[in-house]
Design a protein around this ligand. Structure first.
Ligand code: CP
Length: 314
């Protein structure tokens, strides 16, 4: 794998504040190479031999955690897996003491999911090792946005001038925040839509609207988000049936977007709440492709932060 034209990468992936378009494009190009690895009969390369990677999840996850762990193993890293619910944090140990404990065991990179914004930034300060944000509170979920961009690029070819509609609980969504940061870097215009109580006062990188028809009309792609009840105060919605009536993405409403506009959902889905259940299997649904692409994208992120970055530093 050649790194000759690789730009220098930040020593972490916390959000996209320190990332440029050439860095993102280079990373997505590496993800395309990783897809080729994953298409081989033996899906394994030695790139991370000798590295130990820890997945540290203080919140539940299915796809992010498994695809990160598989990504690291596909590149021959050793992987340790930490789950907050099964750990000594339940006995009162702090995030810092937990991470410092792992540090004594020779971890080279930390993949962290936490319920609070800023934990990944703090972890980088505490540890001084590569930290990959696997979702921190409401704030950021950068590898989800990268796999969304990768999937959109496969489908649309280019994001230049494309209108991407994001519909649902924008207020509590780290996926919406990361996509609003990333997609405009690649030339897209993001429109985020939900009821007024589920929209933030502002969302850098996106235009906000409460009008679903306006958001979907002429959209090149539609991304649907679930209601994050675990982060939601009571009283934000009059009732679930009223939310569904006004904001569910249905087959009929998807007709407002461009013909065959790709449909994305980061998962987990609540079928027949934020989207009409059968749409998940519709021809334009990329939901399963997003999951599959997550592995290649996370291989690329691990490669650049642990190996490619050192090579480009010389
Ligand atoms: N999209 C996403 O983060 O899913 P998980 O919570 O299953 O990791």
């Amino acid at each position: 794998m050649s790194a000759s034209a690789t730009p220098t990468f930040p020593p972490h992936l916390l959000d996209f504040q320190d990332w440029s378009r050439p860095q993102i494009e280079s990373l997505l190009e590496t993800a395309r190479m990783m897809q080729e690895v994953l298409a081989r009969p033996v899906k394994k390369v030695p790139a991370l031999t000798g590295f130990t990677v820890a997945t540290v999840f203080f919140e539940p996850s299915t796809r992010t955690r498994i695809s990160f762990e598989l990504a690291a193993r596909r590149m021959s890293a050793d992987v340790v897996s930490f789950s907050g619910a099964m750990s000594s944090t339940t006995k009162g140990e702090t995030y810092r003491d937990t991470l410092r404990t792992l540090e004594q065991l020779g971890i080279d990179a930390y993949i962290i999911r936490a319920d609070a914004a800023g934990v990944c930034h703090q972890a980088y300060r505490w540890l001084g090792k590569p930290v990959l944000n696997a979702g921190d509170g409401w704030r950021a979920h950068p590898t989800q946005a990268l796999l969304d961009a990768f999937t959109l690029l496969q489908s649309l070819g280019s994001l230049e001038g494309r209108k991407i509609a994001i519909v649902g609980d924008i207020l509590h969504s780290r996926v919406a925040r990361s996509n609003a940061e990333l997609l405009p870097l690649l030339g897209a215009a993001v429109v985020a839509c939900g009821p007024a109580t589920l929209l933030p006062a502002s969302l850098p990188g996106a235009r906000l609207t409460t009008d679903l028809r306006e958001a979907l009309e002429d959209a090149d792609a539609v991304m649907v988000l679930r209601l994050q009840k675990e982060r939601m105060d009571k009283g934000l919605l009059p009732s679930l049936p009223e939310y569904i009536a006004a904001y569910q993405v249905t087959q009929a409403r998807l007709g407002w977007a461009k013909p065959q506009a790709p449909l994305l959902h980061p998962g987990p889905m609540n079928r027949d709440v934020e989207l009409e259940g059968i749409l998940a299997e519709a021809p334009q649904s990329l939901v399963e492709r997003q999951v599959a692409n997550g592995q290649a994208v996370r291989m690329a992120v691990l490669y650049h932060l642990l190996v490619g970055r050192k090579r480009s530093e010389g």
